[in-house]
Design a protein around this ligand. Structure first.
Ligand code: PGA
Length: 254
C-alpha cells in the first residue's frame, strides 16, 4: 500500500508573509486520512516554513540542491544544508531546471543530485517527462526509460528512499493536463522500468504533475499507478491545494 503524496511546488512565488499565511491556512484544514502533504518553498523560506509546520504532519521539501557537499559554488546549497532545515524531500531535475534555467541540467548532473540527496537522508522527488515534440514523435516511453536509467545510476531504489514525478513538459503551467489514460500509461511504464532496474517498483510512489487542479485531480489520481501529485500553480492557494488533497484521498479510498 503506497501512501498518497501531494506536494506543492511553489516555484519562485509568494513573499514571506504570504508564505506564512498559506501554510497557516493549509494547517488549519488538513485532511484526515491516509495521505501525506508537503510544501516545497523557495530555499530561502525553508527555515521559516519548517518552523511554521513544526507541530503538524505537513512535510517540507526543497525545490533543488547542489550535489557537492561544500566548496566554491557561489549561490548553491548542499543536500546537508537542506537537511538541516528538517526537510524530508528535495525535488530534483524539474523540467524548468532541465529546459528553462541557466545552463539546463542534464541527466548526469541530475543523477549526482539524486545521489547527494539520498546520502543526506533526503528523499529525492526525481522529475521525468517528455516535451511536446517528443510526444508527437512517439518517443515518450523511450524518454522516460532514458531519464530513469540515467538519473538513477547508483541510487537507492527502495520505496522509502525515492519518489518519481511524471511531469509531461507540455502540461506544466499550460493548463493542458494529460488525460488519465496518458498519465496511467506513463506511470505504468515508469513502474516497469523501476522493476527492470531492480527497484522496489511496487513500493515507490509515482506522482503526476502538470496542471493538476481540483476539477481534474480525481480522475488522474484514480489511476492505479498514480500515487499523488506534484502541484505548481494550484498549490499557491490553500483552498485549491487542499481540494486536490481531498480529491486524491477520495480517489484512493474508492
Ligand atoms: P503546474 O506545475 O501545476 O503549475 O502545471 C507543476 C510543476 O511544475 O511541478
Amino acid at each position: 500500500m503506497r501512501l498518497p503524496l501531494v506536494a506543492g511546488n511553489w516555484k519562485m512565488n509568494l513573499d514571506l508573509p504570504k508564505a506564512r499565511e498559506l501554510v497557516a491556512n493549509i494547517r488549519a484544514d488538513l485532511p484526515a486520512g491516509p495521505i501525506e502533504l508537503a510544501v516545497c518553498p523557495p530555499s530561502i523560506y525553508l527555515f521559516p516554513m519548517a518552523k511554521a509546520i513544526a507541530d503538524t504532519d505537513l512535510r517540507l521539501g526543497a525545490q533543488d540542491l547542489y550535489h557537492e557537499p561544500n566548496g566554491a559554488f557561489t549561490g548553491e546549497i548542499s543536500a546537508n544544508m537542506v537537511r538541516e532545515t528538517n526537510a524530508t524531500y528535495a525535488i530534483i531535475g524539474h523540467s524548468e531546471r532541465r529546459h528553462v534555467i541557466g545552463h539546463h541540467e542534464d541527466d548526469r548532473m541530475i543523477n549526482l543530485k539524486v545521489r547527494a540527496a539520498q546520502q543526506a537522508e533526503l528523499v529525492p522527488i526525481l522529475c521525468v517527462g517528455e516535451t511536446l515534440a517528443e510526444r508527437q514523435a512517439e518517443q515518450t516511453l523511450d524518454v522516460l526509460t532514458y531519464q530513469l536509467g540515467a538519473g538513477l545510476i547508483g541510487c537507492e531504489l527502495a520505496g522509502s528512499a525515492l519518489v518519481i514525478a511524471y511531469e509531461p513538459v507540455w502540461a506544466i503551467g499550460t493548463g493542458q493536463v494529460a488525460t488519465p489514460e496518458q498519465a496511467q500509461e506513463a506511470h505504468a511504464h515508469i513502474r516497469r522500468e523501476l522493476a527492470r532496474l531492480n527497484g522496489q517498483a511496487a513500493a515507490v510512489r509515482i506522482l503526476y504533475g502538470g496542471s493538476v487542479k481540483p476539477d481534474n485531480a480525481r480522475e488522474i489520481m484514480a489511476q492505479s499507478d498514480v500515487d499523488g501529485g506534484l502541484v505548481g500553480g494550484a498549490s499557491l492557494k490553500a483552498d485549491s491545494f487542499l481540494a486536490i488533497a481531498r480529491e486524491t484521498l477520495a480517489a484512493k479510498s474508492q
